[in-house]
Design a protein around this ligand. Sequence first.
Ligand SMILES: [Zn+2]
Length: 166
Amino acid sequence: MRKAIRGWNDLESMTMPTIKDPTYVFQEISRNCKNFKELKIMGHLDKIFAFSLATYLPNLKVLSVRCSMLVKEALIIILDSLKYLEVLNTSHSCFVIPYEEGRYRFISNIDRNTIGEKASRLRQFITCMEKPCIMCQRTRMDCEIAKWYKYEEGNWKDDEVSSLAL
Ligand SMILES: [Zn+2]
């Protein structure tokens, strides 16, 4: 992966599953890909991921975390740290808060006062939490890791952010 990223000097956008510690991936991107601006991840957004993103890719403009489990605190870190972020897509994702070591509890709606206010500076904050759709329900059923790959072929290629749809 590292070697591959070194060869991608023009890399501007990437889609990846969430991995336990993405630090080395983000480090390589920040060293080698000066024009990198869009990231799409799927699976699980936690604090480690958010801190790593804030540290190595603080200039990110577009972030898509659709069909994923989003830890509320991680989202706050992202909204507070990525000063150039313009577009955030959280469609079909479920929001969770930790309640004990390694376990999470769903929160039915995002806290408008914190997330909503912080996201109001963005050009686009995409979410479908108001009226959960079938995709939202699937994410929730799959809980920890949204098994998007087992549904319609090519589902992972979709994105509400047109520049990220493949
Ligand atoms: Zn939805």
